[in-house]
Design a protein around this ligand. Sequence first.
Ligand SMILES: *[C@@H]1O[C@H](CO)[C@@H](O)[C@H](O)[C@H]1NC(C)=O
Ligand SMILES: *[C@@H]1O[C@H](CO)[C@@H](O)[C@H](O)[C@H]1NC(C)=O
Ligand SMILES: *[C@@H]1O[C@H](CO)[C@@H](O)[C@H](O)[C@H]1NC(C)=O
Ligand SMILES: *[C@@H]1O[C@H](CO)[C@@H](O)[C@H](O)[C@H]1NC(C)=O
Ligand SMILES: *[C@@H]1O[C@H](CO)[C@@H](O)[C@H](O)[C@H]1NC(C)=O
Ligand SMILES: *[C@@H]1O[C@H](CO)[C@@H](O)[C@H](O)[C@H]1NC(C)=O
Length: 371
Amino acid sequence: MKHCCTLVLFFSLSCLGTGVLIVFHNNGWCRGCLDDEGRALEQIIESMGFGDEYPYPSKYSDDCCKWEEVECSLTSPHVVKIFYENIREDKELWFPDLSLFAQLKELQELHLKGNNIGGLINPEALCNLDYLQRLDLSSNSIEEDFVEPCWGNMPSLRTLDLSKNQFQGNLASIFANLSKAEYIDVSHNLFQGRLPLDTNLSLPKLYRFNASSNMFFGSIPSSLGELKNLEHLDLSNNLLSGAIPSGLTQNSPLWYLNLSNNSLIGEMLPKDCNVTQLRWLLLHNNQFNGNLPLCLLSSLSLMLLDIRKNLLSGTISGQLLVFKQLGAFLLGGNDFGGYIPRQLCTMQKLQFLDFSKNSFSGNVPSYLGNN
Ligand SMILES: *[C@@H]1O[C@H](CO)[C@@H](O)[C@H](O)[C@H]1NC(C)=O
Ligand SMILES: *[C@@H]1O[C@H](CO)[C@@H](O)[C@H](O)[C@H]1NC(C)=O
Ligand SMILES: *[C@@H]1O[C@H](CO)[C@@H](O)[C@H](O)[C@H]1NC(C)=O
Ligand SMILES: *[C@@H]1O[C@H](CO)[C@@H](O)[C@H](O)[C@H]1NC(C)=O
Ligand SMILES: *[C@@H]1O[C@H](CO)[C@@H](O)[C@H](O)[C@H]1NC(C)=O
Ligand SMILES: *[C@@H]1O[C@H](CO)[C@@H](O)[C@H](O)[C@H]1NC(C)=O
């Protein structure tokens, strides 16, 4: 049943000393959800297979704009956001038909995280949603041989989260056209092949990219260095090889860099690095060699440095004192030598220290046990 809403405005006209009441009846924008959008949503709920626990209609009124998980536009009766997160845990696999969602023409956000989705029917239908800004399909069991190519051309998309599924295939350059994208997470899937982004990139706003825990191989594309807003980059747990492209760490706004558990070689950071915002640097379990690069000394906010299990060598100098925020300094499993510098004891924030399995000489300084 549709309802009419009444907009009431009070004006106080002080010179008359009386209040004037103006009442608007508006039959347009505030009438509750549109029939076909409501029907599409009913079909979606039905397809979830609640069986006897079917929450419709007891839980849901006819006006889908009143449903807890649904949000309509303030200026039109269209559904603009759907938050179906973790609403069908521990149930059989769900295979949602995305052409039902595509009937919600003005949809801006679709959150389907954690619903035991097994696969997608008509994934290309989403590409008719010109206003879609956020798509979250994370933490499901989606098995797809490839990501629907047209998803890389969605004009409004800002957030794309496909993490923790079983997507396969090669991303190729499908994300190259997401000119509004700010956050892309494809971590924890079965993607293979080279990292995308190796052709012309049009991701000027991307600030967070997570491709961790897949089977990407080949080198880190130098085009990543052209993303001038990239702050969080997680490529850990892949099969990446080669050296870190120097563009990635040149005058870069990187804040978090996790390249752990790959087969990267060369200097642990390019010689001309300048990563002044860097706080978290995780490079463990690679084949980096050489000493700690001097350019790292410009990363004054560094909080965590994990370079365990590499082929790094040389001595640890007292220059490390510049890292006043450093809380964890993990360099076990390398070939560092010489003495452990006394100055470490003046680093107030230091809580975790791993110097094991190296070639240090002398005694472990007693002051390390002091505070
Ligand atoms: C990117 O967009 C351009 C222009 O809209 C189009 O010609 C091209 O095929 C798109 N690329 C991909 C990989 O879809
Ligand atoms: C990237 O994804 C992995 C696995 O999904 C997660 O553990 C990690 O915290 C993510 N990294 C960032 C920087 O968000
Ligand atoms: C990259 O863009 C330039 C100019 O925009 C174009 O000439 C070139 O063909 C593009 N390269 C690829 C591989 O798409
Ligand atoms: C960095 O990546 C490793 C390997 O995937 C992961 O275990 C670790 O949690 C990540 N570090 C952080 C701080 O997210
Ligand atoms: C490192 O990566 C390999 C293969 O990608 C994986 O099997 C292993 O669990 C990872 N190790 C850690 C500590 O994350
Ligand atoms: C390092 O980068 C910062 C900003 O990211 C910039 O202000 C500074 O000039 C750069 N330093 C050098 C030596 O290039």
